[in-house]
Design a binder for this molecule. Structure first.
Ligand SMILES: Nc1ncnc2c1ncn2[C@@H]1O[C@H](COP(=O)(O)OP(=O)(O)OP(=O)(O)O)[C@@H](O)[C@H]1O
Ligand SMILES: [Mg+2]
Length: 340
């Protein structure tokens, strides 16, 4: 379901400013699954592509079948990228796309770039590439910004890559000068309520409950509204069966339940206590995208404040508060008799 874009005025304005002035290093936009990265970046591209002084491309690196759907932006650049995709060898489309855009930009004609603002967005870059290639790829984006495009005298260059893969961040944290990592979080309460209203939320009390379980995640909200018709219980049941139970089983098999309890109390214990067991359970939860490292500034330069009720620590947070609530109920033996 496609709902009107809400909130994010500050983030969009920062990105528009960066698009106009350029950024000396690529921006790596990172945040929980479904927090709104793609939507924000698509809004940015939609606003810029109409202006002839901007040369814009958006690549959806998760597209598996149709290159035409995966590439948006200025016509001339879109055409070049699609030609490069067509002439590439075999392999997964996402991989072909991300390398095609880098290749096209490395050798793009000067006349297309000179005097224009170049804005390139590679969305969901880490998944098709895999962790082994993400570092090298990001380095190649940096080379584009520093040399290949810069040499063609653009008015400015902005390259943004996005991901929700926490492990890719681990890799990139080793190269702090290659990218500027920025955190995007779910919607703030007001924006969340506005979106809930647009989705026809039946009442403010229920919206409050959805907030408590989702912490402002727009995808989870849309899912609860559309797929589950506001039946939070049914949504939780499915989340439990598909995500929580398998992770819990793995934690149990690896003898990590005591550590899991600790992380449920305080996600920062992974860092502040840092025993091998805590680190292992942290790795497991990050790998499964249940937990996310969040001690990173947002686009607006703020940090997401700790919030115990929503499971947000200073360093780590649960991607959805619901994960923590469900895991807790399991570990308290309330499996068959959930009290929500
Ligand atoms: N500001 C917003 N206004 C309205 N809808 C939004 C907003 N942000 C996100 N959404 C909607 O929420 C859903 C999830 O957003 P989006 O796809 O951008 O998440 P994401 O962070 O890219 O997730 P992933 O990490 O899985 O790629 C989409 O349906 C999107 O249209
Ligand atoms: Mg996305």
């Amino acid at each position: 379901m496609y709902v009107r874009f809400v909130d994010r005025a500050a983030e969009l304005s920062i990105l528009l400013g960066l698009a106009e002035r350029g950024s000396g290093v690529p921006i790596y936009l990172y945040g929980p699954e479904g927090c709104g990265k793609t939507r924000l970046l698509r809004e940015l591209v939609a606003r810029l592509r109409e202006h002839s002084s901007y040369l814009v491309a958006y690549i959806d690196a998760l597209e598996e079948r149709d290159p035409g759907r995966a590439v948006a932006g200025s016509d001339e650049l879109r055409r070049l990228i699609l030609d490069a995709v067509r002439s590439a060898g075999g392999g997964p489309l996402g991989v072909i796309l991300v390398y095609a855009v880098a290749r096209v930009l490395a050798s793009i004609e000067r006349r297309l770039v000179e005097g224009r603002h170049v804005v390139i967005v590679v969305d969901d870059v880490a998944r098709p590439l895999g962790l082994d290639s993400v570092e090298a790829y990001v380095k190649s984006l940096l080379r584009l910004v520093e040399y290949d495009l810069a040499e063609k005298n653009p008015a400015s260059v902005l390259v943004v890559a996005s991901t929700s893969e926490g492990l890719s961040l681990e890799k990139l944290k080793r190269h702090p000068t290659w990218v500027s990592v920025k955190l995007l979080w779910g919607l703030p309460r007001e924006g969340f309520e506005e979106l809930a209203g647009l989705l026809g939320a039946p009442g403010t009390e229920l919206v409050g409950d959805v907030w408590r379980f989702t912490g402002g995640n727009p995808r989870a909200l849309i899912q609860i509204a559309t797929v589950y018709q506001w039946n939070i219980k049914a949504w939780l049941r499915d989340l439990d069966a598909s995500i929580i139970v398998p992770v819990l089983a793995e934690a149990k098999a690896r003898g990590l339940l005591a550590e899991l309890r600790e992380v449920l109390e305080d996600p920062d214990s992974i860092i502040t206590s840092a025993t091998p067991g805590l680190q292992q359970v942290g790795q497991l939860l990050v790998e499964h995208n249940l937990l996310i490292y969040k001690a990173i500034a947002t686009l607006t330069g703020e940090s997401i404040p700790a919030n115990q009720e929503l499971g947000i620590g200073r360093y780590y947070a649960w991607q959805l508060p619901a994960y923590r609530i469900l895991l807790r109920k399991h570990l308290q033996g309330q499996l068959g008799t959930p009290a929500w």
